[in-house]
Design a protein around this ligand. Structure first.
Ligand code: HEC
Length: 177
């Protein structure tokens, strides 16, 4: 059974800091990347992948495993789709806080935010919930194994574009060094 996320957090400050950190990170990434999209011309802050480090020693993303994608899709439909939607599109108002102070479920496809996080972070979020934040995201500790969570992530990856996949692979690879 899903456990509710602990309601330990009094306000949204740390989420706001988190979001600012992400925006700031992309600003740095964009600024540090010569020849990439000028942030002033970009209407999409999520173009963080323009900061892909072409000269780095990061290997190409490994091929996705069809068996794990299929397993992940079944688990997604069972445990996640009720909130994040069958087509992964999440809630249309996912960026706006609701009356109870939580945010609606975000998309899991390329229009969302999940691909901004490394696998290691995503496994923790899905297994343990979002720390210190009043959140509607349940925890799956004791319900899903890490391997099952990784299968769900494999399914998400199969739905992202090449750029999101490459960006998320790069941060995952770097986080494992
Ligand atoms: C009861 C509804 C609900 C269910 C079921 C649910 N989620 Fe969530 N999820 C949310 C909400 C709400 C958020 C946004 C939390 C926040 O920002 O405070 C969220 C956030 C997330 C995030 C963070 C995204 C980001 O960009 O930071 C991930 C990843 C995620 N969910 C994956 C899953 C997976 C995988 C499952 C199934 C195993 C699942 N969720 C099941 C409601 C749900």
């Amino acid at each position: 059974m899903q456990k509710p996320c602990p309601r330990s957090r009094p306000d949204r400050t740390s989420r706001e800091i988190r979001l600012l950190a992400v925006v700031g990170m992309f600003a740095v990434v964009l600024a540090g990347c010569s020849g990439s999209v000028d942030p002033a011309e970009s209407t999409q802050p999520q173009l963080g992948f323009t900061g892909l480090d072409a000269a780095s020693d990061v290997p190409d993303p490994p091929d996705l495993d069809a068996g794990r994608i299929a397993t992940g899709e079944v688990l997604y439909r069972q445990y996640c789709a009720s909130c994040h939607k069958a087509d992964l599109s999440g809630d249309t108002n996912w960026m706006s806080r609701t009356d109870d102070g939580t945010y609606p479920p975000p998309p899991q496809d390329a229009t969302g935010h999940t691909w901004h996080h490394a696998d290691q972070v995503l496994v923790e979020i899905i297994r343990d919930g979002i720390p210190n934040v009043l959140s509607g995201m349940p925890t799956f500790q004791g319900t899903l194994t890490d391997e099952e969570i990784l299968s769900i992530l494999e399914f998400f990856k199969s739905e992202w574009g090449e750029d999101e996949r490459a960006f998320q692979w790069q941060i995952t690879w770097k986080a494992s060094r």
